[in-house]
Design a protein around this ligand. Structure first.
Ligand code: 4NP
Length: 153
């Protein structure tokens, strides 16, 4: 399974999502590839936001090996599933899709918890206290996805 997590900056939410999903896959000895990217280019090459690093670390996950990069159309071929954090990310990614097969790989990550509800993972960039809540949401969504994959395989 190859999974790409996508947000706007690739420094707050999707690095947490990448770290959490990698952690859960490793715990279950699953040989998955998990990566993340941003729809924007502003933060390319940067470390995750220090608040995301600290939040992940509190939960025993190290995300300091990550560097931000921009989402590219080639990612539609490189990954099996593309999980976006909010409806703006969804729009931005789908605008780059040229095939139904590519569109079908893309979904909001919180639809793992409430299918069809299309809920956003709130952008915590301007909210120092938002990071823990974002972690909790992503942890639950990743848990549901991993469990379901294990059942299906
Ligand atoms: P992210 O958060 O999309 O979760 O990485 C943001 C980080 C930076 C900016 C916006 C959102 N920014 O505008 O710089």
């Amino acid at each position: 399974m190859k999974i790409l997590m996508v947000c706007l900056g690739n420094i707050c939410r999707s690095p947490l999502a990448e770290g959490i999903m990698k952690h859960k896959a490793a715990e279950r000895n699953l040989d998955w590839i998990v990566d993340s990217a941003g729809t924007g280019f502003w933060h390319a090459g940067e470390l995750p936001d220090s608040r995301s690093i600290a939040t992940a670390r509190r939960h025993g996950i190290d995300i300091t090996d990550q560097r931000a990069r921009q989402f590219a159309p080639a990612d539609f071929d490189r990954f099996d599933r593309i999980f976006v954090m909010d409806n703006q990310n969804l729009q931005d990614v789908l605008r780059l899709a040229r095939l139904d097969e590519h569109r079908a790989k893309v979904d909001l990550i919180l639809n793992q918890l409430r299918p069809g509800h299309n809920n956003n993972v709130p952008d915590p960039y301007y909210d120092d206290n938002g990071f823990e809540e974002v972690f909790r949401m992503l942890d639950m969504a990743c848990e549901v996805f991993v469990s379901r994959q294990m059942e299906e395989s």
